[in-house]
Design a protein around this ligand. Structure first.
Ligand SMILES: [Zn+2]
Length: 283
């Protein structure tokens, strides 16, 4: 074998190895989060009296929706000023501690991905909700990167995430508010609007929940087919839930699969839905 051919084979092999390693690490990070660090120092928080306190938690250890996360922070801050709420915004898990959490009315997981909390901190959230608090989740709080937190998957999401469309990734659809639900949500005007988003596809509809909003899944192209993954072209049918709530113990949870990018936070109807969700949480 000629020397140049041997060198070529060696180089090609090295490039392949780098590509396979990088792809494997990327997939691992998307599904589990990497690197992962659990913060355990408890912050000192001066809660203002007589203002409902909201914990906005924006930690990610997997894929990060950076622009949407930052836009959401601005929107929730404005909303809080307008409504007389107190927002505590953090990316550190040390706040998930019973004595601190009991000062909050609502926890919002703002596009969190990957492993976020250790077992003790996850337990603090369960106890917070079961004793009357509300857990809210936005978009990637409901993706497949939270397998270390089965309680949240069951009680916030209630369905198993499959994929999101890729052809194209962002698509316009009409969001419709359901009628027979808590009146805080039916005050939404208009009761339907057009939104461009990354529409999450679940293997089934969420179980044990009240649907707040849905799209007609037959009006979007649901394919998430990718090289070597060719079975992701099914959709969720005409009634595809995109927001839902449920009671858990004395508390409740609200989740919306919408919220991929910064544009949605400029959509006043989407923002109103989130505001209604907080109003419903604290009433
Ligand atoms: Zn997304």
């Amino acid at each position: 074998m000629k020397k140049t051919f041997k060198i070529f084979l060696l180089c090609a092999g090295t490039v392949m190895l780098i590509l396979v390693t990088a792809t494997s690490l990327f997939i691992y990070r998307i599904k589990n989060g990497f690197p992962v660090k659990f913060e355990t120092d408890h912050p000192v928080i001066n809660f203002p009296a007589a203002k409902p306190a909201i914990l906005l938690f924006s930690k990610t250890t997997g894929y990060r929706h950076s622009e949407s996360i930052d836009a959401a922070k601005r929107v929730f801050l404005n909303m809080s000023k307008k409504n007389g709420w107190y927002i505590y915004e953090t990316e550190k898990g040390g706040v998930f501690f019973g004595e601190l959490l009991k000062n909050f009315k609502v926890i919002i997981i703002n596009n969190g991905t990957g492993r976020l909390l250790n077992a003790e901190q996850q337990m603090a959230v369960k106890e917070f909700v079961e004793s009357g608090g509300t857990l809210m989740g936005i978009h990637s709080a409901g993706d497949f990167s939270h397998n270390d937190w089965p309680w949240m998957n069951k009680n916030l999401i209630g369905a198993s995430f499959s994929h999101h469309p890729l052809h194209p990734q962002l698509q316009a659809a009409k969001v419709n508010i359901e009628k027979d639900i808590d009146s805080t949500f039916t005050h939404q005007r208009p009761a339907s609007w057009k939104q461009t988003d990354e529409w999450y596809i679940y293997y089934s509809k969420p179980k044990g929940v009240r649907i707040v909003a849905y799209i007609d899944g037959e009006t979007i192209l649901p394919s998430g087919n990718l090289f070597l993954i060719q079975n992701k072209d099914f959709g969720m049918g005409k009634h595809q839930p995109v927001a839902w709530y449920r009671n858990v113990g004395q508390g409740k949870t609200f989740y919306t699969s919408m919220g991929h990018d910064t544009a949605v936070w400029k959509n006043e109807n989407f923002v109103q839905l989130l505001q209604n969700a907080v109003l419903w949480s604290i009433k």
